[in-house]
Ligand binder design. Structure first.
Ligand code: 0GY
Length: 303
């Protein structure tokens, strides 16, 4: 779409999120956290950013809470998506109405002030997201990102990075130089038609292995799979490998409301039912869904 479009009509071809997901058979452990989801708008109240590359369907904080209750989760980490740019009002509104059950990852520009960062912190923001996916953002030079990283470090915040596997060789050294905890979205978007033991995914595993400040979200089978729903079987070996090698540095999330899905819209209940296939013991499930996200986002509540 044209960035100048001022109407908030959904991008053509974009699917609506499923208003009636199935009830999962898998029951998450008490206190489970959906650590990757978004709120969008509503545009009438929180307009989408001018520089956005797509216009999503509205997906409100109230609808997110209804979903989490339906799925059996207790908390959310709401991640700023590119359609809201560095305007964090919808995110902050969700955090401030959450009674402490939501934390946030913000989008910020290099010009952000210390007072703005502190206000975000008070609202429940615990990190910023750097997006390197070319279809989603205009590329930013690295030095401003490194500067943001230096400025958020004293707040105890972390950085969430989103990139695609083929970009990792070029980005590897920059990522490795980041001074904070770094959380990688969607396992660095592997090409699941390539072998799980092949050189491309091995580079991502090496990043995790050699840099203990790196975490991974084992999320988004619906984006990565070629096999498709409902089993997303080709994604399971990748997610399972990451969970088993780094059990104390993995997070799980729905990715609701699934922006930019054009071929199918996942059933969130079925996504929850995948969890025991990627975290195959109750101990791994407890780490993935409760212990790890609590340590990262609610450290004040953990011993
Ligand atoms: C996701 C994935 C996508 C979109 C964004 O910020 C975003 O716009 O993250 C995508 O299109 O792959 O994690 O929501």
């Amino acid at each position: 779409m044209s960035a100048a479009t001022s109407e908030f009509e959904k991008t053509p071809g974009w699917l609506d999120w499923d208003p009636d997901p199935s009830k999962p058979s898998f029951v998450p452990p008490a206190g489970a956290v959906d650590a990757h989801c978004h709120v969008f708008g509503p545009a009438s109240k929180f307009p989408y950013a001018l520089e956005r590359k797509y216009t999503p369907c509205d997906a409100s904080r109230e609808q997110l809470v209804a979903l989490r209750q339906h799925l059996g989760f207790a908390r959310n980490v709401v991640v700023q998506a590119t359609c809201h740019g560095a305007d964090n009002r919808a995110l902050v509104d969700a955090l401030e109405h959450s009674d402490g059950t939501m934390r946030g990852i913000a989008g910020v520009k290099p010009a952000v002030t210390d007072a703005e960062l502190e206000a975000l912190d008070t609202a429940g923001v615990r990190g910023v997201r750097f997006n390197f996916v070319k279809r989603l953002v205009d590329a930013l030079p690295r030095e401003p990102l490194a500067e943001i990283a230096r400025r958020i470090a004293p707040l105890g915040w972390h950085i969430v990075i989103y990139f695609e596997a083929q970009e990792l060789p070029e980005l590897y050294e920059f990522f490795a130089s980041l001074p904070t905890t770094v959380v990688v979205d969607h396992m660095g978007r592997p090409d699941v038609e390539k072998p799980v033991d092949g050189p491309e995914f091995e580079l991502f595993l090496r990043l995790m292995r050699e840099h203990s400040n790196f975490w991974s979200k084992v999320t988004c089978p619906e984006r990565l799979s070629v096999d498709g729903p409902p089993d997303y079987a080709d994604v399971v070996p990748f997610a399972r490998r990451v969970v088993e090698e780094f059990p104390d540095r993995v997070l799980w999330g729905t990715d609701w409301p699934h922006p930019n899905m054009k071929t199918h819209m996942p059933d969130d209940g079925k996504l929850v039912d995948m969890i025991p296939r990627i975290a195959t013991t109750t101990e791994l499930q407890q780490q993935l869904l409760v212990d790890n996200p609590m340590r990262l986002y609610w450290p004040e509540e953990t011993a």
